[in-house]
Design a protein around this ligand. Structure first.
Ligand code: MG
Length: 356
């Protein structure tokens, strides 16, 4: 939906006007995606396109039902968030969004914010990293995630992922050990495990983690359901592996209470409302003594590009969402020696090549 004319007349002078459009795009997955919560064959998300003076900027809202978001709620959130943007000048609008948009679906705020960062970067000839004020750094290699599957299917996925230094296994079912053994039979790659809240008993989780430590697993993400921080503190005291929060960390204010219960946090642009807020959260996590992983939803390389702008400043990277797609509607993001790197161009460094 496009709104507004292309020019604003101010006393006879013509200035390029900022136009916006929201649209839906379906993303087919390379393989059906199964985690502890369920299975998906495709994703359908809302996108933002901004245009001014012939430059296009992009945003993606990879919403997640786990955080109470839907395609419809995100669409409403985009409309409401855009009203906040239009109420102020563009330079201050990303700031306004993170301040006033806190009641909106965070994926919607993320999409608007990344599009504004993209536009600002493109208009100023600067990268998103520079716009965000993130120091330059070489990001750690990304892990590549394997959803749950049958034994042969898992082993075939491991072979496809031979170029990645680290694999992330989605566990949290009664087949956990069988899956890890199937993967270990065909690879020596470092493994990370994400239980996605799938283990419900702290004692059983500890036994599982002790066993995983003997399988060359580097760390474990979200072993118990979110909110069980006393049990997490008990588990962390005894765990031979570092424990990372994912579903347990959404806002900057979460850091202080997580510090005794986890060793690190998995931060995501979509989960927390955009790259500016996640950059603030990276710094808050450091202050709380937490290690930082930068993660993602299943999303195109548009959303991943917003995270890639921060990736040189974190300890662990899990930015593989776009690699799980059959077709990525954006082009420009780089993958070099297992590292996800921003595109060469200004802003997010990605351009739409889809058909919407
Ligand atoms: Mg996770």
């Amino acid at each position: 939906m496009d709104k507004g004319g292309s020019r604003v007349d101010r006393g006879g002078m013509e200035f390029p006007r900022l136009q916006h459009a929201f649209f839906t795009q379906r993303l087919e997955l390379r393989h059906p995606w199964t985690i502890a919560r369920g299975t998906a064959a495709f994703k359908e998300y809302q996108y933002v396109r901004l245009e001014r003076g012939g430059r296009m900027a992009w945003g993606e809202a990879a919403h997640n039902a786990r955080y109470g978001e839907s395609l419809a709620s995100v669409r409403a959130g985009l409309e409401a968030g855009w009203a906040l943007v239009e109420a102020g000048d563009l330079a201050g609008s990303a700031e306004r969004l993170s301040r006033l948009g806190s009641g909106l679906p965070r994926a919607a705020v993320a999409a608007l914010e990344m599009a504004l960062v993209d536009l600002e970067g493109k208009e100023q000839g600067r990268s998103a990293r520079e716009v965000l004020g993130v120091p330059e750094g070489l990001p750690p290699p990304t892990s590549f995630s394997l959803g749950m599957g049958a034994r042969e299917e898992m082993q075939a996925k491991v072979r496809e992922a031979a170029g990645f230094a680290v694999l992330k296994l989605k566990l949290g079912s009664d087949r956990d050990r069988e899956l890890v053994q199937a993967v270990r039979e065909v690879t020596d790659q470092v493994l990370r495990v994400d239980a996605n809240e799938g283990w419900t008993d702290a004692g059983a989780a500890l036994r599982q983690i002790e066993w995983l430590a003997g399988q060359g697993v580097e760390l474990v993400e979200q072993p118990l359901p979110a909110g069980r921080l006393a049990e997490m503190a008990w588990l962390r005291e005894r765990s031979p592996l570092p424990l990372f929060a994912d579903e347990d960390v959404v806002e900057r204010g979460d850091m202080a209470r997580l510090a005794g219960a986890y060793d690190g946090v998995n931060l995501k642009v979509m989960k927390s409302g955009g790259p500016r807020e996640v950059w603030r959260m990276v710094q808050a996590a450091r202050e709380a003594g937490l290690q930082v992983m930068l993660g993602c939803m299943i999303e195109s390389s548009c959303g991943i590009a917003a995270a890639a702008a921060l990736a040189g400043a974190v300890d662990f990277v899990d930015l593989d969402g776009h690699l799980l797609l059959a077709q990525d509607p954006f082009r420009g993001l780089r993958l070099e020696e297992g590292r996800v790197l921003p595109g060469e161009g200004p802003g997010l460094g990605v351009e739409w090549v889809g058909s919407a």
